[in-house]
Design a protein around this ligand. Structure first.
Ligand code: 13P
Ligand code: SF4
Length: 305
């Protein structure tokens, strides 16, 4: 048996022994996605995990995702196999900075993208994901909103709402690097292709996209589109499942820089070490958890269609 197969087997054995469940975000390394119990986007994973009867959630993703799982599953232990796996965009705004912005805009609701710390969520009125952001903003009774932390997602939402939006100047270093020139170069080589991208991309990139959606939306798009070649403007970890689910279609990542170093930190060895030693448990203080839960629950109450 190869070393990697041995490691996978050991992970599965430890998961059974501990009554644990393994969650893998869509950007994780292939071998992590291969052995996961659940794969998906950050919020979908936390929601699904909270419904299982596992005692332990091993979240292969970045820190804010493990926090979201801890918020939604207060009676389970949540392990983040690499404590240094953060999201640079989530780290671009602190609760203190958000407090100052709120004070400058009394009465203006704050919408926090799920890519934020639990403390920032706790200081917000409502959360949103890349899949429901427009609906969340439209659901607010006020005609203004302040969005954190992603300026690109905020620009994208502004295209679909007449509400007056303001936002924090954060961005995802991975998605923000993609340029329209890189996409157009690939498009020239594959004129029949379609280009799909994540709303964390810059407005100039969104302008030339055939479809804009969350990572989960991309699987649906890939399945249903008639195009045989799809240019994908998001982190390259998404390729593993796209290819597996659509073996007769071709997927092209238009830039070598579409890689999130934090998402690639977690290895099978890390998962084994944490499960053996029961370490890297992510906790959220109860008062923060309760307030963050209110913002998340409000988002979940927004009708989907
Ligand atoms: P999704 O919620 O669409 O999976 O996105 C998370 C993320 O980190 C995007 O960069
Ligand atoms: Fe954060 Fe960007 Fe990495 Fe997603 S891809 S986790 S937004 S840095």
């Amino acid at each position: 048996m190869s070393r990697i197969e041995e490691l996978k087997r050991e992970v599965r054995r430890l998961l059974r022994e501990r009554n644990a469940i393994l969650l893998a975000h869509n950007y994780q390394r292939d071998e992590i996605q291969e052995i996961a119990d659940l794969r998906g986007d950050s919020l979908g994973l936390s929601q699904e995990a909270s419904r299982t009867d596992a005692d332990i959630i091993v979240f292969c993703g970045v820190h804010f995702m493990a926090e979201s799982a801890a918020i939604l599953s207060p009676n389970k232990k949540v392990i983040l196999p690499r404590m240094d796996a953060g999201c640079p965009m989530a780290d671009m705004i602190t609760a203190e900075q958000l407090r100052a912005e709120r004070e400058r805009r009394p009465g203006v609701p704050v919408v926090a993208y799920v890519n934020t710390s639990a403390e920032v969520k706790a200081m917000s009125d409502i959360c949103c994901t890349s899949a429901n952001a427009v609906k969340v903003v439209e659901s607010l009774p006020q005609d203004r909103a302040y969005l954190v932390p992603d300026r690109n997602l905020a620009h994208y939402i502004q295209r679909f709402t007449s509400k007056q939006l303001e936002w924090w100047d954060g961005y995802c270093p991975t998605h923000d690097q993609l340029s329209p020139e890189e996409v157009l170069r690939v498009k020239q080589e594959h004129p029949d292709s379609l280009f799909v991208c994540h709303p964390e991309c810059r407005p100039e990139v969104i302008d030339i996209a055939d479809h804009v959606c969350s990572t989960s939306g991309m699987y649906e798009f890939a399945r249903t589109t008639k195009a045989k070649t799809i240019i994908v403007g998001t982190e390259m970890g998404i390729l593993w499942r796209l290819k597996k689910e659509n073996p007769h279609k071709r997927f092209i990542i238009p830039s070598k820089t579409l890689i999130c170093p934090n998402m690639k930190l977690t290895t099978l060895e890390d998962v084994i070490e944490c499960l053996r030693e029961m370490k890297n448990i992510v906790t959220v203080p109860e008062d923060v958890r309760e307030r963050a839960m209110v913002a998340l629950r409000r988002m979940l109450e927004v009708p989907r269609d």
